[in-house]
Design a protein around this ligand. Structure first.
Ligand code: HEC
Length: 179
């Protein structure tokens, strides 16, 4: 190889190098090489976000105690006539139907009617029917007392339950004090 050819070869290598370098620079300009400020996958957050991803527990039932003072007893009576009267009576000394008479139910023990054939689910409950027990029961009888014989799906509207329970409270000579 003479010196001219050597020069050519060197020039070729040099040119290739320059072209390669320029192409790299051009690529950087054309394709924004900026790194995203935040990584799309936030590995550090996995622990923190895990509880949100966990299956949500059944939402706690909204209490009705605070709604009772202003509850609409007349509306409660209407609900009782429509949804409960096929099985229950509400007057003092009223007969039992499919379900027991409900006069004086607020503050009475579970299974308050002597001689009524209650299920073990109701007989097994200790303590009196207070406002929040009635709230849970009327929201969903089958959850409050699994195995109950009360074939009633439940009243999901919180205000309507408050109205109904305020009406049940009124079924007494001396209604229980408000909470
Ligand atoms: C299909 C008939 C039926 C309907 C409708 C029904 N109940 Fe009952 N209810 C029953 C039966 C039966 C029992 C006894 C449950 C048991 O022993 O498990 C009962 C029990 C109860 C008790 C417990 C009584 C006690 O002495 O411990 C309350 C309170 C009650 N019902 C309220 C209501 C209200 C309020 C409604 C309307 C929103 C209603 N029920 C609708 C049949 C019914």
């Amino acid at each position: 190889m003479n010196s001219l050819e050597l020069n050519k070869a060197c020039a070729a290598v040099l040119t290739a190098g320059i072209v390669f370098m320029l192409a790299g620079q051009l690529g950087k300009v054309l394709v924004h090489g900026e790194k995203p400020h935040e990584s799309a996958i936030r590995i550090g957050d996995v622990g923190a976000s895990a509880p949100a991803a966990a299956p949500a527990a059944a939402p706690a039932l909204e209490p009705i105690s605070g709604l009772l003072a202003a509850a609409n007893v007349d509306n409660g009576r209407t609900i009782a006539q429509r949804q409960c009267a096929s099985c229950h009576t509400f007057t003092e000394g009223g007969r039992n139907g499919v379900g027991p008479n409900l006069y004086g139910i607020v503050g009475a023990p579970h299974g308050h009617v002597e001689g009524f054939n209650y299920s073990a689910a109701i007989k097994g409950k200790a303590g009196p029917w207070n406002y929040e027990e009635l709230n849970a029961w009327l929201h969903k009888p089958s959850s409050y007392a699994p195995g109950t014989r009360m074939a009633y799906a439940g009243l999901s509207n919180t205000q309507q339950r408050a109205d109904l329970i305020a009406y049940l409270r009124s079924l007494a000579a001396n209604p229980q004090p408000l909470p």
